[in-house]
Design a protein around this ligand. Sequence first.
Ligand code: HEC
Length: 196
Amino acid sequence: MFTRINLTTMKRLMALTAGLLVLLVLMGTSHAEDRIPGPRYDDQGQLIRADGWRQWVFIGAPLTPNELNDGHASFPEFHNVYIEPVAYAHFVNTGQFPNGTMIAKELLSVGDTEAVSGSGYFQGDFQGLEFTVKDTERFPDEPGGWTYYSFGHELPYADVAKAFPTDACAACHEAAADYDMVFIQYYPILKAVDPK
Ligand code: HEC
Protein backbone atom coordinates (compact mmCIF):
# COMPACT_ATOMS: atom_id res chain seq x y z
CA MET A 1 0.00 0.00 0.00
CA PHE A 2 2.74 2.35 1.07
CA THR A 3 4.74 1.60 -2.09
CA ARG A 4 1.61 2.11 -4.22
CA ILE A 5 1.01 5.59 -2.81
CA ASN A 6 4.60 6.45 -3.42
CA LEU A 7 4.32 5.21 -6.97
CA THR A 8 1.20 7.29 -7.59
CA THR A 9 2.87 10.36 -6.12
CA MET A 10 5.92 9.70 -8.31
CA LYS A 11 3.73 9.44 -11.40
CA ARG A 12 1.94 12.68 -10.56
CA LEU A 13 5.25 14.43 -10.01
CA MET A 14 6.56 13.14 -13.33
CA ALA A 15 3.41 14.24 -15.13
CA LEU A 16 3.72 17.68 -13.54
CA THR A 17 7.39 17.97 -14.52
CA ALA A 18 6.61 16.90 -18.09
CA GLY A 19 3.80 19.46 -18.24
CA LEU A 20 6.10 22.19 -17.00
CA LEU A 21 8.73 21.25 -19.56
CA VAL A 22 6.22 21.41 -22.41
CA LEU A 23 5.06 24.81 -21.15
CA LEU A 24 8.65 26.10 -21.02
CA VAL A 25 9.35 24.85 -24.55
CA LEU A 26 6.15 26.49 -25.83
CA MET A 27 7.03 29.77 -24.12
CA GLY A 28 10.52 29.65 -25.66
CA THR A 29 9.09 28.99 -29.13
CA SER A 30 6.50 31.73 -29.03
CA HIS A 31 9.13 34.15 -27.81
CA ALA A 32 11.34 33.21 -30.79
CA GLU A 33 8.42 33.66 -33.19
CA ASP A 34 7.78 37.23 -32.03
CA ARG A 35 11.12 38.28 -33.45
CA ILE A 36 12.02 38.86 -37.07
CA PRO A 37 14.84 36.35 -37.71
CA GLY A 38 16.27 39.04 -39.94
CA PRO A 39 19.47 39.54 -41.84
CA ARG A 40 22.95 38.50 -40.72
CA TYR A 41 26.16 40.33 -41.58
CA ASP A 42 29.83 39.31 -41.62
CA ASP A 43 32.69 41.21 -39.92
CA GLN A 44 33.00 43.57 -42.89
CA GLY A 45 29.31 44.41 -42.70
CA GLN A 46 28.46 42.41 -45.82
CA LEU A 47 25.07 40.75 -45.95
CA ILE A 48 25.25 36.96 -45.55
CA ARG A 49 22.95 35.30 -48.08
CA ALA A 50 19.97 33.82 -46.25
CA ASP A 51 19.15 30.34 -47.51
CA GLY A 52 15.72 29.05 -48.37
CA TRP A 53 14.35 32.15 -50.14
CA ARG A 54 12.54 29.92 -52.65
CA GLN A 55 10.44 28.67 -49.71
CA TRP A 56 9.54 32.21 -48.60
CA VAL A 57 6.18 33.79 -49.49
CA PHE A 58 6.07 34.27 -53.27
CA ILE A 59 4.67 37.70 -54.15
CA GLY A 60 5.16 38.12 -57.87
CA ALA A 61 7.11 37.54 -61.08
CA PRO A 62 7.42 40.77 -63.07
CA LEU A 63 8.80 40.41 -66.61
CA THR A 64 10.11 43.12 -68.95
CA PRO A 65 10.77 41.12 -72.15
CA ASN A 66 13.04 42.39 -74.93
CA GLU A 67 10.11 42.25 -77.37
CA LEU A 68 8.29 45.00 -75.50
CA ASN A 69 11.44 47.13 -75.07
CA ASP A 70 12.77 47.73 -78.61
CA GLY A 71 14.70 44.48 -78.36
CA HIS A 72 16.86 45.68 -75.46
CA ALA A 73 15.22 45.50 -72.03
CA SER A 74 17.55 46.52 -69.19
CA PHE A 75 16.43 43.40 -67.34
CA PRO A 76 14.89 40.95 -69.84
CA GLU A 77 14.53 38.19 -67.22
CA PHE A 78 11.61 37.16 -65.05
CA HIS A 79 11.92 38.51 -61.50
CA ASN A 80 10.61 36.01 -58.99
CA VAL A 81 10.04 37.96 -55.78
CA TYR A 82 9.77 36.42 -52.30
CA ILE A 83 9.35 37.94 -48.84
CA GLU A 84 10.68 36.30 -45.67
CA PRO A 85 7.65 34.69 -43.93
CA VAL A 86 7.93 36.32 -40.49
CA ALA A 87 8.11 39.74 -42.16
CA TYR A 88 5.11 38.77 -44.31
CA ALA A 89 3.09 37.76 -41.23
CA HIS A 90 3.97 41.08 -39.60
CA PHE A 91 2.89 42.92 -42.77
CA VAL A 92 -0.42 41.04 -42.79
CA ASN A 93 -1.08 42.03 -39.17
CA THR A 94 0.09 45.62 -39.24
CA GLY A 95 0.48 46.78 -42.86
CA GLN A 96 4.11 47.67 -42.07
CA PHE A 97 7.41 46.11 -43.11
CA PRO A 98 9.27 45.54 -39.81
CA ASN A 99 12.99 46.06 -39.30
CA GLY A 100 14.69 42.88 -40.47
CA THR A 101 12.40 42.45 -43.50
CA MET A 102 14.20 40.66 -46.32
CA ILE A 103 12.85 40.52 -49.88
CA ALA A 104 14.59 38.35 -52.47
CA LYS A 105 14.38 38.83 -56.22
CA GLU A 106 15.67 35.93 -58.28
CA LEU A 107 16.19 36.46 -61.99
CA LEU A 108 15.18 33.76 -64.44
CA SER A 109 15.81 33.82 -68.17
CA VAL A 110 12.92 33.61 -70.58
CA GLY A 111 13.03 30.00 -71.74
CA ASP A 112 10.56 28.47 -74.17
CA THR A 113 8.08 30.68 -75.97
CA GLU A 114 5.92 27.82 -77.21
CA ALA A 115 4.08 25.29 -75.08
CA VAL A 116 1.11 22.98 -75.51
CA SER A 117 -0.95 25.68 -73.83
CA GLY A 118 0.03 28.24 -76.48
CA SER A 119 2.71 30.83 -77.25
CA GLY A 120 4.01 32.78 -74.31
CA TYR A 121 6.89 33.35 -71.92
CA PHE A 122 8.02 30.40 -69.84
CA GLN A 123 10.73 30.51 -67.18
CA GLY A 124 14.17 29.20 -68.14
CA ASP A 125 17.29 29.21 -65.96
CA PHE A 126 18.24 30.90 -62.70
CA GLN A 127 20.28 33.96 -63.63
CA GLY A 128 20.87 36.05 -60.56
CA LEU A 129 19.87 36.90 -57.04
CA GLU A 130 19.26 40.27 -55.40
CA PHE A 131 18.06 41.15 -51.92
CA THR A 132 16.69 44.21 -50.26
CA VAL A 133 16.68 44.52 -46.47
CA LYS A 134 14.97 47.01 -44.21
CA ASP A 135 16.74 48.08 -41.04
CA THR A 136 16.26 51.67 -39.93
CA GLU A 137 18.41 51.06 -36.83
CA ARG A 138 21.43 49.76 -38.72
CA PHE A 139 21.04 52.07 -41.74
CA PRO A 140 19.40 55.26 -40.43
CA ASP A 141 20.75 57.30 -43.37
CA GLU A 142 19.39 55.09 -46.16
CA PRO A 143 15.94 56.01 -47.48
CA GLY A 144 13.42 54.10 -45.38
CA GLY A 145 16.35 52.10 -43.93
CA TRP A 146 16.40 49.87 -47.03
CA THR A 147 19.70 48.57 -48.49
CA TYR A 148 20.19 46.64 -51.74
CA TYR A 149 22.47 43.71 -52.60
CA SER A 150 23.40 41.42 -55.48
CA PHE A 151 24.74 37.89 -55.00
CA GLY A 152 25.80 37.75 -58.65
CA HIS A 153 24.49 36.19 -61.82
CA GLU A 154 26.15 32.78 -61.69
CA LEU A 155 25.24 29.69 -59.73
CA PRO A 156 26.33 29.04 -57.06
CA TYR A 157 25.51 32.55 -55.89
CA ALA A 158 28.00 34.46 -53.73
CA ASP A 159 27.75 33.84 -49.98
CA VAL A 160 27.99 37.53 -49.06
CA ALA A 161 27.25 40.85 -50.75
CA LYS A 162 28.11 44.50 -50.14
CA ALA A 163 25.34 47.09 -50.02
CA PHE A 164 25.03 49.16 -53.21
CA PRO A 165 25.46 52.93 -52.98
CA THR A 166 22.13 54.71 -52.46
CA ASP A 167 22.10 56.17 -55.99
CA ALA A 168 22.53 52.79 -57.66
CA CYS A 169 19.32 51.20 -56.38
CA ALA A 170 17.50 52.98 -53.59
CA ALA A 171 17.01 56.25 -55.51
CA CYS A 172 14.79 54.66 -58.18
CA HIS A 173 12.86 52.66 -55.58
CA GLU A 174 12.32 55.79 -53.51
CA ALA A 175 11.09 57.74 -56.54
CA ALA A 176 8.82 55.15 -58.14
CA ALA A 177 7.77 52.43 -55.68
CA ASP A 178 4.26 52.81 -54.29
CA TYR A 179 4.78 51.77 -50.68
CA ASP A 180 7.80 52.09 -48.35
CA MET A 181 10.34 51.66 -51.19
CA VAL A 182 8.72 48.40 -52.33
CA PHE A 183 7.03 48.10 -55.75
CA ILE A 184 3.87 46.88 -54.10
CA GLN A 185 1.86 48.03 -57.15
CA TYR A 186 3.22 44.96 -58.98
CA TYR A 187 2.57 42.50 -56.13
CA PRO A 188 -1.18 41.80 -55.92
CA ILE A 189 -0.48 39.35 -53.08
CA LEU A 190 0.75 42.24 -50.89
CA LYS A 191 -1.83 44.69 -52.24
CA ALA A 192 -4.61 42.29 -51.20
CA VAL A 193 -3.50 42.48 -47.56
CA ASP A 194 -6.01 44.36 -45.46
CA PRO A 195 -4.60 44.68 -41.93
CA LYS A 196 -7.18 44.55 -39.18
C1 HEC B 1 15.26 52.33 -62.68
C2 HEC B 1 14.63 51.91 -61.45
C3 HEC B 1 15.26 50.81 -60.62
C4 HEC B 1 16.58 50.69 -60.20
C5 HEC B 1 17.74 51.61 -60.49
C6 HEC B 1 16.64 49.50 -59.38
N1 HEC B 1 15.40 48.91 -59.27
FE1 HEC B 1 14.91 47.30 -58.13
N2 HEC B 1 13.05 47.34 -58.89
C7 HEC B 1 12.56 48.25 -59.82
C8 HEC B 1 11.21 47.87 -60.19
C9 HEC B 1 10.30 48.64 -61.19
C10 HEC B 1 10.88 46.71 -59.47
C11 HEC B 1 9.59 45.90 -59.50
C12 HEC B 1 9.30 45.40 -60.88
C13 HEC B 1 10.37 44.55 -61.48
O1 HEC B 1 10.95 43.68 -60.79
O2 HEC B 1 10.64 44.72 -62.67
C14 HEC B 1 12.06 46.41 -58.62
C15 HEC B 1 12.11 45.42 -57.69
C16 HEC B 1 13.21 45.10 -56.91
C17 HEC B 1 13.23 44.13 -55.84
C18 HEC B 1 12.02 43.39 -55.29
C19 HEC B 1 11.42 44.15 -54.09
C20 HEC B 1 10.85 45.51 -54.40
O3 HEC B 1 11.34 46.49 -53.79
O4 HEC B 1 9.90 45.64 -55.20
C21 HEC B 1 14.51 44.04 -55.42
C22 HEC B 1 15.05 43.12 -54.33
C23 HEC B 1 15.28 44.98 -56.18
N3 HEC B 1 14.46 45.64 -57.06
C24 HEC B 1 16.65 45.16 -56.06
C25 HEC B 1 17.36 46.15 -56.74
C26 HEC B 1 18.79 46.31 -56.67
C27 HEC B 1 19.74 45.40 -55.89
C28 HEC B 1 19.10 47.39 -57.42
C29 HEC B 1 20.46 48.02 -57.66
C30 HEC B 1 21.48 47.16 -58.22
C31 HEC B 1 17.87 47.91 -57.99
N4 HEC B 1 16.83 47.13 -57.54
C32 HEC B 1 17.80 49.05 -58.78
C33 HEC B 1 13.20 49.36 -60.27
C34 HEC B 1 14.54 49.66 -60.04
